[in-house]
Design a protein around this ligand. Sequence first.
Ligand code: RFL
Ligand code: PHB
Length: 399
Amino acid sequence: MTGPRHTTVGIIGGGPAGLLLARLLHRAGIDCTVLESRDRAYVERRQRAGILEQGTVDVLRACGAGERLDREGLVHDGIELRYDGRAHRLDFPALTGGRRVTVYAQTEVVKDLIALQLASGPPLLFGAQALTVTGAASGSPRIRYLHEGREHTLTCDYVVGCDGFHGVARNAVPADERRTYERSYPYSWLGVLAEVPPSSDELIYTHSARGFALFSMRTPTVSRLYLQVPNGTAPADWPDDRIWDELETRSALDTPGGASGKLERGPITAKSVLPMRSSVTEPMRYGRLLLAGDAAHIVPPTGAKGLNLAVADVTVLARALTHLHHTGSTDLLDAYSATCLRRVWRAEHFSSFMTTTLHADPDQSPFETRLQLSQLDRIATSPHAAAELAENYTGVPLV
Ligand code: RFL
Ligand code: PHB
């Protein structure tokens, strides 16, 4: 397939942000083209997030991508926190006035959006690698990209960088026009997929002296499990038995009558290590180039916010471009960066809070461990503290 030479909105990246933006623009009657450097199978198989906020589910439904999500998504009313030999359940609807989250893997969101786009949507080119974005400060930005061994140029009215943390769009903003705020963490996650039913109906976030563990799921028969590991860990350092032993040890409640920590084991089908980082680049707009999703900001996954932030950004952006299309006014587009950054910084704070409260920093003093436990105890005993966590986890309103 050859791509067009001109498009109203040129979208770099066919992850959740780029695909959803294309869908929203298409439904608003705005022409766009998506360039994705990888092939379809790779994009559909990339294991990442799993938790959708209510607002994310609503947007996917409203754009026609909710059918399988409604059938197969697992609605969750809470999470469990385990710490210091105790287990505490947070009841989200009770704490937030009815809000919930849905477990539906990012792989499935991406598959649904790709199927819709290939069936009836605007052009989506796989194997199309953007090389540069130029002219963002002028009226006619252009993307130079490589496709099927040849270089092409796509001229656009607007370019949106949805090309993730390692993409090219962010670097098309001159260095003196952007500022990046960053934090890295002294630990990573080992994430595995296992063909075994989840050990509990709910996600379990575990604080332990040996490090954090998270018990999540993909379907009623597939578990998604994470262990805190030192930076620089190779997946090969963790044979399957070692993973199960460690998950059991970290989740055990050593109290009379407490959960034994015995887990049903099953085949592990995927294993990867992911570093933990927070980063925000401001502003999210330079002239006619806009950044959305991981291209502008990333969070450590402890708060389950990365995918949800990407969806929020493109929802705000699609509204702004639709408003421009109908009225000729750039008001909403001018407000895009500031509107998104308020939510982004809330999610950055929450993700950082969850991460530093639940993980064992290798340099942590016993004093700091007691502070973590005190904070977890506060969440377990104060409805206000619990509501603060629940509101952030289920997602603050879109704007
Ligand atoms: P994505 O999903 O990274 O998509 C960007 C797309 O752009 C393409 N691309 C290019 N295309 C054309 N030309 C170029 N020059 C290009 N450069 C890149 C890429 O191939 C890709 O398809 O960003 P998007 O759409 O903003 O979506 C964001 C989410 O993917 C992300 O926030 C979350 O998945 C974060 N995240 C996780 N979040 C969670 O809540 N829970 C998790 O368990 C979780 N695991 C993860 C993650 C992110 C990871 N990354 C980015 C390293 C695990 C990993 C490994
Ligand atoms: C996941 O299921 O992949 C998941 C769930 C919750 C998180 C992070 C990842 O906080």
